[in-house]
Write a protein that binds this ligand. Structure first.
Ligand SMILES: NC(=O)c1ccc[n+]([C@@H]2O[C@H](COP(=O)([O-])OP(=O)(O)OC[C@H]3O[C@@H](n4cnc5c(N)ncnc54)[C@H](OP(=O)(O)O)[C@@H]3O)[C@@H](O)[C@H]2O)c1
Length: 220
């Protein structure tokens, strides 16, 4: 049976990571809403994505407006604005899945962050009416934007709610990524820390697309 794809809002979707994810999912047929603090900025990013893909399906809204209309919301605000953004979005996110892509790593001095994970902070702040899933922290924006190339990036999905994790694994697959359930929300501290390694690798080898691939698992 051909099931309708859920509406996905990308909150803070005007930067580097958000538009990359939006490109992949819009190309796969998802209705995508770009969110921003300014509706005009979101609309401009949505228009760029539509032009790149030859579509009209991507729309732009102020963050809370985008969140209210979506079933799955993906948070890609700059890491320093993580908590501030969540406080403003708390009401609009109730009843949704929130995918937290935040890796609290400083590009200039990449080090693994201390617990709790960004996703645990989000879950505590948003309450049990929101199902938080940690994912995509290791998927480089530069690779997402290369639509003509396959993504060599596996997504480690951490969540306390297995059904929510499964919905995000499906989203990752549809975007061209292998994705695996990697345990509860607190495990995401390792995933955030891996971003520090990836940034260090990128700096040393002068690349932008260092990624994580997991060996020894069935093709997912
Ligand atoms: N870049 C990567 O390769 C990559 C890879 C994996 C994960 N991530 C994670 O994805 C997230 C976004 O990274 P990025 O590189 O895309 O960041 P970015 O380009 O620096 O910023 C993303 C967006 O954050 C919004 N923002 C800035 N200040 C804000 C504030 N005070 N309150 C609310 N929103 C604010 C801005 O949107 P508006 O001005 O439109 O509101 C901006 O376009 C981070 O948590 C990062 O760890 C990034």
């Amino acid at each position: 049976m051909n099931q309708a794809k859920p509406v996905v809002a990308i909150l803070g979707g005007t930067g580097k990571e958000g538009p990359g994810l939006a490109l992949r999912w819009a190309k796969a047929g998802y209705p995508i809403l770009i969110g921003s603090r300014q509706a005009e900025k979101a609309q401009a990013t949505a228009q760029e994505i539509n032009q790149t893909l030859g579509l009209q399906t991507v729309q732009g809204y102020e963050n809370t407006q985008a969140a209210r209309q979506a079933e799955i919301c993906v948070l890609t605000v700059v890491q320093t604005a993580h908590q501030e953004a969540l406080i403003g979005l708390k009401e609009a996110l109730q009843g949704k899945i929130l995918v937290d892509a935040t890796a609290r790593v400083d590009f200039r001095d990449p080090k693994p962050p201390a617990p709790p994970t960004a996703a645990r902070i989000a879950q505590d702040l948003l309450g049990e009416g929101v199902r938080v899933v940690a994912a995509f922290q290791n998927v480089p924006a530069a690779a997402l934007r290369k639509l003509d190339q396959p993504l060599h990036s596996h997504v480690l999905v951490c969540a306390d709610d297995l059904a929510a994790a499964q919905a995000v694994i499906q989203l990752a697959h549809d975007g061209g990524m292998n994705a695996y359930y990697a345990g509860g929300l607190d495990n995401a501290i390792v995933v955030e820390g891996l971003t520090a390694l990836l940034i260090s690798l990128n700096k040393h080898y002068k690349t932008k697309t260092a990624s994580i691939c997991v060996a020894g698992l069935p093709e997912a």
